[in-house]
Design a protein. Sequence first.
Length: 418
Amino acid sequence: MWTLLRTNRRFRRIFAGNVVTSFGESAVYLSLAIWVKDLTGSNAAAGIVFLTIAAPGLFAPLLGHVVDRVSRRRLMIGMDLGMAVLFLSLLAVRDAGQVWIIYLVTFAYGVFSASPAPPALLKDVLPSADAAAARSLILATGEGVRIVSPVAGAAVYVAFGGGALAMFGTVTFTVAALLLVSVQVVESAPEPAAERFRTSVAAGFRFVATVPILLRLAATTLAFMTVVGMLETAIFAANQGLGRPAAFLGVITSVQGAGSVAGGLVAGAAVRRWGEVRATGAGYALIAVGLLLCLAGDVPLFLVGVAAFGLGLPFVVISLGTALHLYTPARMQGRVNAAVSSVTGTAQAVSIAVGAALIGVLGYHAMYLIMAATAVLCAVSLLAGRVARPEVAPSVADDDSAAAGLEPGAGLEPKVSR
């Protein structure tokens, strides 16, 4: 990871932009919900902030179609600058009558977050051999940023008000745009739209279905997402069951975040050594162990379980992201990433709603057991069989590697993976 960051200047600048936007986004969006609550006095109105952020994810396949037909770098620069301007509109918010402006900004942020442009651009920036290391670094840093940034955003809002949030967001996205402007990338050429729009939008789903390793990884991710959303509700009941105050949830969140940082730092190496399938299976095993430890009824063991859960998640995320990067052609990256994210994101949203509805019926013990059992089944389904790794879809960045005396996709030759 550190060699990649030191030697690949293009990735270094894209990575810096990602850190800046990750900090700004996670610092601001929670504070915007607090602002809506202060303006309206309504919990429901504050909750709509999160709804407007999540809703655009349903339209990710449409965004994927756009991403595969244009310059990803220019699109990302335009989106960053657009968000910078939109955040300035928050300066007009004075009372509950202007809350719609906050919703407009958060909806635009949801579109920004749902866009598969960043992973698609990485296909053109990174040699294939660096795919796992790059995602490992991005995830670990992002998780670390999210531990501290919400506190920073809330502090800015409390000290200086909503106008300061507007300026904070504008500066964040402007810096990210400037970093991207400074990056010179030889992008893969957009393919002409030779098929009907509906056929093109659905192409990502069809491609995943035809590549066994992508289908298996996506299917297990989907299965786990259909239950893991219950944790959003169950964690509150589990905290109460431990006899801890509500503020202890902050400790739980920080411990999980620390586990995810650690997992992010090691998962990339595990993916390269073991392959995407076995690394994902190891991640689900860690998740299952963590969830079961949370049922021990002891605070220290609960925190160990939370850390193990956080440690295992990056193995799943980085393995899937690396496989999508390696085995998907450059000009299918947008639609394939969008297809997977839209389906898994929808499943997670539904499971959050189901968890909220059933917590009074099942209790948190049953929910933790259901999630742990699902994680075990996902691990077994991956590790029990064999799946062939297809040929790596070449990246234009592999040509740079070859010019430097490196073998494109070194260490990533087709083989059978457990």
